[in-house]
Ligand binder design. Structure first.
Ligand code: ADP
Ligand code: ZN
Length: 215
């Protein structure tokens, strides 16, 4: 089953993606993580996108499409796409890319939450600098500032600062939210209420996706 995950930042998308990855054996592909990787490695792309990401703006469609293509070509299994598409143009790019690779998209899962909950979540969020694992209100690390899995440092992402969060949310509503209609018209959209505990979200996601897996 190939899947796209939609939803504003701060809905636990990354954590939910990891859950789906282990439960349904799809590979988690996060364009945000791929871009942060380029930044960390100080590649040509990384140097270019770093200031854009710090400011909470969107990286150009062509750069993101390139790194996504590269990633999808590296494996044969199923994927769960997180962070792409982020606007209608990218939605159409993904259609073409999947046609080209003869891959079908099976379901688009949209997670939604109220704004105040999102802001609270994001300011509590930390990410491991090494393995990229996310910690938050629901899942803090055992030792503050250190990753449970690899012992790496956990930090507040530059774009999780409150003033940047507001920008990202506005951007989401203007440019990403329209994808919900785009996929609804294709009959691929399934919505999940993100304003609950992660355990509750996990069990609904599992129940919902089981139906698609057997198709
Ligand atoms: P979040 O979903 O929490 O905002 P991500 O990790 O998905 O964070 O993305 C972080 C940043 O990476 C974005 O703010 C943007 O600058 C860049 N980015 C990620 N995916 C895309 C994309 N598909 N198109 C353009 N920019 C992207
Ligand atoms: Zn770690």
């Amino acid at each position: 089953m190939n899947l796209v995950l939609l939803g504003p930042p701060g809905t636990g998308k990354g954590t939910i993606a990891k859950f789906i990855e282990t439960t349904f054996k799809c590979t988690h592909v996060s364009t945000g993580d791929l871009l942060r990787d380029e930044v960390a490695k100080k590649t040509e792309i990384g140097l270019k996108v770093e200031p854009i990401m710090k400011d909470g703006k969107l990286v150009s469609d062509s750069i993101v499409l390139d790194i996504l293509k590269k990633r999808l070509n590296e494996f044969n299994g199923y994927f769960i796409l997180d962070g792409f598409p982020r606007n209608l143009a990218q939605g159409k790019m993904l259609d073409h890319l999947l046609d080209e690779l003869k891959i079908s998209l099976d379901v688009v899962l949209e997670i939604d939450s109220p704004v105040d909950v999102i802001v609270k979540r994001l300011s509590a969020r930390r990410q491991c600098v090494d393995c990229k694992r996310i910690y938050g209100l629901d899942v803090p690390s055992k030792n503050e500032g250190l990753c449970d899995d690899c012992g790496g440092k956990t930090i507040l992402r530059a774009d999780d600062k409150p003033e940047i969060v507001e920008k990202r949310l506005n951007l989401y509503n203007e440019t990403t939210k329209p994808l919900s209609d785009f996929y609804n018209e294709k009959g691929l959209l399934v919505k999940v209420d993100g304003n609950r505990t992660l355990q509750e979200i996990f069990s609904e996601v599992e129940k919902t996706l089981k139906k698609f897996e057997s198709d």
